[in-house]
Design a protein around this ligand. Sequence first.
Ligand code: ADP
Length: 495
Amino acid sequence: MTTADTLDARPTALPDVPSTMLIGGTWSPAADGRTFAVENPATGEELAVIADGGQADAARAIEAAAAAQEQWARTAPRARSEILRRAFDLVLERRDRLARIMTAEMGKPLTEAKGEVTYAAEFLRWFSEEAVRISGDHTTTGDGTNRIIVTREPVGPCILITPWNFPLAMGARKIAPALAAGCTVVLKPAEQTPLTTLALAAIMEEAGVPAGVLNVVTTTDAPTVVTAWMRSGKARKISFTGSTEVGKILLRQAADTVMRTSMELGGNAPFIVCADADIDIAVEGAMVAKMRNMGEACTAANRMYVHRDIAGEFSERLARRMSALQVGNGLDDGIEVGPLIDGDGRGKVQRLVDDAVARGARTLTGGVLPDGPGYFYPPTVLTEVPVDADLMQTEIFGPVAPVIPFTDEDEIVRIANDTDWGLVGYVFTRDVDRAFDLSERLEVGMVGVNTGLVSNPAAPFGGVKQSGLGREGGKIGIDEFLEYKYLAVPRRRGA
Ligand code: ADP
């Protein structure tokens, strides 16, 4: 196939994705007419040119959200539920198209993109079910004089900020609970992956979301747009997924208006394989925990602590599996590993690997930048990684598995917890008591026990320490978007 044929066979210019922003129910260009290009990280090709929103657009969006809030909060829960349910159906119906958009702008292989479409759709279904189950409480004061009636109300207009690594799932994971709770939203996707969000917004609109309830501003100037929202005096809540560094900026800004926050920030996941672990299961778990999304996930196993008795065999088997993976343009058949998101992301991965090797780590596979276009990085396994290597304290966000042999379990728990982060940990052992013991001692919000995958719409996702505040998904996911209100009603006995 020639290059031209290949392009014809899989057009990566995406003419059917909106190129403008959804504000107050109208698809609008930027007020000042600015635009920016979205590129395919596998090829550098321009995929689309879209609106580059600024302060004026941000102001219009939050005003639209504030104006729609009262009516949306009053909309019957069943009506909100059915809109989300229709969105679930539509997202699944458009699975292939959404997956292609996501792969084109973000790089992940099509099979993974399709998996993400299903995962994202499940948030819409889950919260369509939760919308009609928002409950309160009714009791009496201790002395029996007052009724205590506790109700739940939507917190109000919300700011949603999403990252580029799971563009559809992170959008759905925030939009669905917010809308289910009766909140209107302004959403800013990452500048690298706005097309998936625009496509999702068009689907939400088609599903029946009223004007002003969901507003999307695309921009290359995140600080200006988000600061305008934070200072608007109209937003009541911010839900952010991204780096700890930006999360801290937003927490400081939130303090000015005492705004409620949900923060899904970085991770530095320990992956502990005990001497008694089933090595097949541990290697399989490592492949998932490390290679899902090319390692560009906050849940990615960042440090693999493997008991010295089995570290050699584990590392060799992992290296064999990793080196057999097909790396390439995610839109092509059979590709299992796509490019990293951009040059900065890839440069960071290379620096971390070089540092570990300079300090004595051994490279079992990978570690060398390929020639050619695209931000590709080879699946890499490092062994005998010293604990003072930079990648022990840095989120790698790439397909690099550092293996660190250990002998003493207590010591490894101490080292695993010796980090500012606490999102997820993984434990592999055949011993039930050991599994519970290690899970309880890890300072994290989630633990995978003999599995490399914890994310699920029915489970509360989130971290402790500097990995964040609040939980997304599960029974408690909707709580992030609800306030309690208590009514004191005297009992007039005999009246
Ligand atoms: P990453 O390093 O993974 O790109 P970021 O935290 O930089 O993570 O990005 C996550 C989201 O935060 C993106 O939508 C990005 O545009 C946005 N963002 C980046 N800087 C700021 C900022 N100063 N204020 C608000 N949002 C920001």
